[in-house]
Ligand binder design. Structure first.
Ligand code: FES
Length: 132
């Protein structure tokens, strides 16, 4: 085996090259598809994250307007907020336009965490292994 060859278990793994590392700068998000699965890539000053692309509340694509702050991503539609490390829900649809509106929207869908995928960078590429 040469010095640059990958071990056999890595060659046969489910890691997929998604995009060039240099095209995702700090503070940027990108939505990508791996087969039929849509993912969102986010690079923060703390690292690279791969999550499900759609908000678990009412399926807004988080790459479009999602705000990243303090290790969390906030959906622009009704403000649900997820931790990037584990996908846990920090806030579930607290949208306060009218006092009852946010609570009503929160009850329309069961609180669910954002899916987190494995992500790595090799040879200038971002690779993702989808979580089951
Ligand atoms: S769709 Fe994201 S919070 Fe409602």
């Amino acid at each position: 085996m040469s010095a640059t060859a990958l071990p056999v278990n890595e060659i046969q793994s489910d890691w997929k090259r998604v995009m060039k590392s240099a095209k995702l700068k700090i503070g940027k998000k990108r939505m990508k598809n791996i087969g039929l699965t849509s993912i969102m890539l986010i690079r923060t000053k703390d690292g690279l994250h791969a999550t499900g692309a759609l908000c678990r509340h009412m399926w807004w694509p988080l790459a479009y307007g999602g705000k990243v702050k303090d290790g969390c991503v906030r959906c622009p539609l009704h403000q649900s907020t997820y931790h990037l490390e584990d996908g846990g829900v920090k806030e579930w649809s607290p949208f306060p336009l009218f006092p009852l509106y946010g609570r009503l929207l929160a009850k329309m869908r069961k609180k669910r965490p954002l899916q987190i995928h494995n992500v790595r960078e090799i040879d200038g590429w971002i690779e993702v292994r989808l979580a089951c």
